[in-house]
Design a protein around this ligand. Structure first.
Ligand code: IPM
Ligand code: MG
Length: 364
């Protein structure tokens, strides 16, 4: 199994290095994994003049799975949009057809104190956000316009981005959500999908709501509810455990998944999988490149390690190996090890590498 490894910017290389140690350990124990590294994001722009160089894209397209760190660096904020680091991840999602983004928000009981919400509101939280990833206002046309070379608007009177969704785009993400709810129901969850929209204002999301309702007819065993995005943002902090599977568009999903991540104590804990129609995928932590702490050995590598576990499960057909990694992470938390983002006030914390050491040791 060939894995393209794209560490990227900021804390990306540090956290990916720890996930690599975990995967290398599984390889030593007999799993057939091959790794190839490539530059992506601001790092790639500096070395090759483009955030997603052709060689990086080709490597990702040819791999069985992609392990991705993070992209983004304020040093490149003034570049024209097409050359900014974020275009690398957006380009990979689009070119690889990674339309289904799974962002589970699970609260590890050991971290109940790290959440900003009361433990009774969040304890036992286990929800899944299914975010559509290749449509919506992120990829709308027309799009206008900032064309001065330094990225300035040069006195232009307006700017715009177009929100759009096609019927097949909504249908396929709705199927992913209903199927996920079915699998989760078999494991004891509620069997409910909450479709989040803004149908009271936007045509795009009235259409979304109608199409999701149509697809639901094929899933009589699953309950469907609709919720406006503003209310969903509120319910997520009021009573997050009432959710099971949440399905929504690219933009709302971006925002709500950050909110859901924080319920679990730290966005440093949240993995994600981005899958295409063939089930091939890209795996990345839900958090970004955190330039403020980059290079200081402080970042929490657990979201990336848990993303590697999702990769083993969804793209590489290795559920036992995935479970082994997830169990090692739980064991380490149980032992009391904390990076700064999940430590309680006054509690000692460890750095990125020490956390990686502990997970590798806990693999047994
Ligand atoms: C995410 C990130 C990206 C997004 C950025 C880096 C383009 O925030 O994966 O949630 O907006 O999708
Ligand atoms: Mg985001």
């Amino acid at each position: 199994m060939n894995i393209a490894v794209l560490p990227g910017d900021g804390i990306g290389p540090e956290i990916v290095a720890q996930a690599m140690r975990v995967l290398q350990r599984l390889r030593d124990d007999g799993l057939k994994l091959e790794f190839e590294f490539a530059d992506v994001g601001g790092t790639a722009y500096e070395r090759h003049g483009h955030p997603l160089p052709p060689a990086t894209l080709a490597l990702a397209q040819g791999a069985d799975a992609v392990l991705f760190g993070a992209v983004g660096d304020p040093r490149f904020d003034r570049l024209e949009r097409a050359l900014r680091p974020e275009q690398a991840i957006l380009g990979l999602r689009k070119k690889l057809g990674l339309f289904a983004n799974l962002r589970p928000a699970i609260l590890y009981p050991e971290l109940a104190q790290a959440s900003s919400l009361k433990p009774e509101v969040v304890s036992g939280l286990d929800i899944l956000i299914v975010r559509e990833l290749t449509g919506d206002i992120y990829f709308g046309q027309p799009r206008g316009r900032r064309d001065a070379p330094d990225g300035a608007f040069a006195g232009q009177p307006e700017a715009f981005d177009t929100m759009r969704y096609s019927r097949p785009e909504i249908e396929r993400i709705a199927h992913v959500a209903f199927q996920a709810a079915r699998t989760r129901k078999a494991a004891g969850h509620a069997g409910r999908v909450t479709s989040v929209d803004k149908a009271n204002v936007l045509e795009t999301f009235q259409f979304w709501k109608d199409v999701v309702t149509e697809v639901h007819a094929q899933y009589p065993d699953i309950e469907l509810e609709h919720m406006y995005v503003d209310n969903a943002a509120m319910q997520l902090v009021r009573a997050p455990k009432k959710f099971d599977v949440v399905v929504t568009g690219n933009m709302f999903g971006d925002i709500l998944s950050d909110e859901a991540a924080m319920l679990t104590g730290s966005i440093g804990m949240l993995p994600s999988a981005s899958l295409n129609e063939q089930g091939r995928g890209l795996y990345e932590p839900s958090h970004g490149s955190a330039p403020d702490i980059a290079g200081r050995g402080l970042a929490n590598p657990l979201a990336t390690i848990l993303s590697a576990a999702m990769m083993l499960r969804y793209s590489l057909g290795q559920p036992e190996a995935a479970q082994r990694v997830e169990k090692a992470v739980r064991d380490v938390l149980r032992q009391g090890l904390r990076t700064a983002d999940i430590a309680e006030p006054g509690q000692p914390s460890v750095g990125t590498e020490a956390m990686g050491d502990a997970v590798v040791a806990a693999l047994g």
